[in-house]
Design a protein around this ligand. Structure first.
Ligand code: DGL
Length: 273
């Protein structure tokens, strides 16, 4: 069991910001990464759609005999974890819940969260902070365009930079102590964010998340005795775009296209039909 692989998924390259931390802390595990690029962005999907998608991904990982699944995606952690958490035999690590538990004990006064529309509308960050640090004020902003900026490698375009600066200015008006990059795609934008605000203002949850997973696997005697790590990458569409956008956190050399999730229509597209 201990040498069985660890599954990790996101809608695209975002989860690689978590994966890159995992391989530093756990360099002798076997990983299976799934990027659900056909359904990107998750942030404009409904909860029912996200449950459908996440169940299919969990079933896929179950067929691969994983010992654990890392939900390297804030949106599915926020909207599907509570519903699916008891349906599988492997350990499931949801990013929002595991990370807030650690950050909250710092008892910051004013915390900002940038995340996808679905995560923000669920108020998952606010709810989790309320459990451990009720006096922390949470300021939530949906930065819906940022996922596409990252997936399409548009970080350096003037329009992208303008959009990032606008959202950041809006957030900074609240006299914030820390800003959580509450979507795994957003750490890809750290160089741009740092142009307008100091690096120490931002929290990349992937760092806390990987440490927490490491600790938990260790406590549960689930660490592997493999000699080295290996990783297999799967995507549900556009493997070459995935590989070219991946580079900042992990240079994926080979991604295989597989069909385990159906392409679902975005909420915004449904409304305009
Ligand atoms: N990177 C994911 C997250 O952390 C999903 C982004 C999206 O596809 O909208 O929420």
């Amino acid at each position: 069991m201990n040498n069985n692989p660890i599954g990790i998924f996101d809608s695209g390259v975002g989860g690689l910001s978590v994966f890159s931390q995992m391989i530093q802390l756990l360099p002798n595990e076997h990983y299976i990464y799934f990027g659900d690029t056909i359904n990107l962005p998750y942030g404009s999907k409904t909860q029912d759609q996200l449950i459908n998608i996440t169940s299919n991904i969990f079933n896929f990982f179950e067929s691969k005999n994983v010992k654990a699944v890392i939900m390297a995606c804030n949106t599915t952690s926020a909207l599907t974890y509570d519903i699916l958490k008891n349906k599988y035999n492997f350990k499931i690590y949801p990013i929002v819940q595991r990370v807030v538990k650690q950050i909250a004990n710092k008892h910051y006064n004013r915390v900002g969260v940038f995340a996808t529309e679905a995560t923000i509308n669920s108020h998952a960050y606010k709810k989790e902070f309320l459990k451990y640090s009720p006096n922390t004020e949470i300021f939530e902003i949906a930065s819906s365009k940022w996922v596409n900026i990252v997936e399409n490698g548009l970080q350096d375009q003037p329009d992208s930079i303008n959009n990032i600066k606008l959202q950041l200015d809006l957030m900074l008006k609240n006299n914030i102590d820390k800003i959580i990059l509450g979507c795994t795609h957003y750490p890809y934008l750290i160089n741009i964010l740092n142009k307008f605000a100091p690096e120490e203002l931002f929290i990349n949850p992937a760092i806390y998340f990987a440490q927490d997973i490491y600790k938990d696997l260790k406590e549960n005697n689930l660490l592997s005795s493999n000699q080295d790590y290996n990783a297999k990458f799967y995507v549900s569409s556009k493997p070459s775009q995935f590989m070219s956008s991946s580079k900042l956190f992990y240079d994926v050399k080979n991604a295989e296209e597989i069909t385990i999730t159906k392409a679902l229509v975005n909420l915004s597209e449904k409304i305009s039909q």
